[in-house]
Design a protein around this ligand. Structure first.
Ligand code: S3P
Length: 175
């Protein structure tokens, strides 16, 4: 819940490699927010890395841990949450994200994502046998979900993370 005088929390969504953490850091710096990187929070709570969680416990358990981590943020204030790319897959996550604050989709073109993701180091879902074809399919399936955000902001090569963060803060202040 946010008070009239306080800026809303910001929840950044988007595909792997969209720059959620980097833009989140700039938003935190410029807007005086606390930054929560949800993947880092999951790892901290689980005591193991995301690739380890996927390998030992599987994706469904990872998704449970992801929803639980998001749940711990209820009531947060002046916070930017950089989520993982798959957060949009569960309806309950949407309820929690919308309760938290403004949901912003950082949109990046497939070719740019492909270049940024490279070999998918540290990202189990970008390292599957099907290679980029498989990853691109996942992206296609998720785009309509990302587009349910309150605001869509492009994060292509041209703009620096700081410029993108400034644009987001400006758009929010105009609402
Ligand atoms: C995932 C994205 C990752 C991480 C996990 C699953 C996904 O986060 O949560 O590997 O399903 O797209 P980033 O989007 O920060 O890479």
């Amino acid at each position: 819940m946010c008070r009239a005088s306080e800026p809303p929390n910001i929840v950044l969504i988007g595909f792997m490699g969209a720059g959620k953490t980097t833009v989140g850091q700039e938003l935190a710096r410029l807007g005086g927010f606390r930054l929560v990187d949800l993947d880092a929070l999951i790892e901290e709570r689980a005591g193991r890395s995301i690739p380890e969680i996927f390998a030992r416990q599987g994706e469904e358990t990872f998704r449970d841990l992801e929803s639980e981590a998001l749940r711990t943020l209820a009531g947060a204030r002046r916070t930017v949450v950089a989520t993982g790319g798959g957060i949009v897959g569960r309806e309950e996550n949407w309820t929690m994200m919308r309760r938290l604050g403004k949901v912003i989709y950082l949109r990046v073109r497939p070719q740019t994502l492909r270049a940024r993701l490279g070999a998918g180091e540290g990202r189990p879902l970008a390292r599957r046998p099907g290679g980029w074809t498989e990853t691109a399919r996942l992206l296609e399936r998720r785009i309509p979900l990302y587009e349910q955000a309150d605001l869509i902001v492009d994060n292509e090569k041209g703009g620096s993370p700081r410029e993108v963060a400034r644009l987001i803060l400006q758009k929010l202040s105009e609402e």
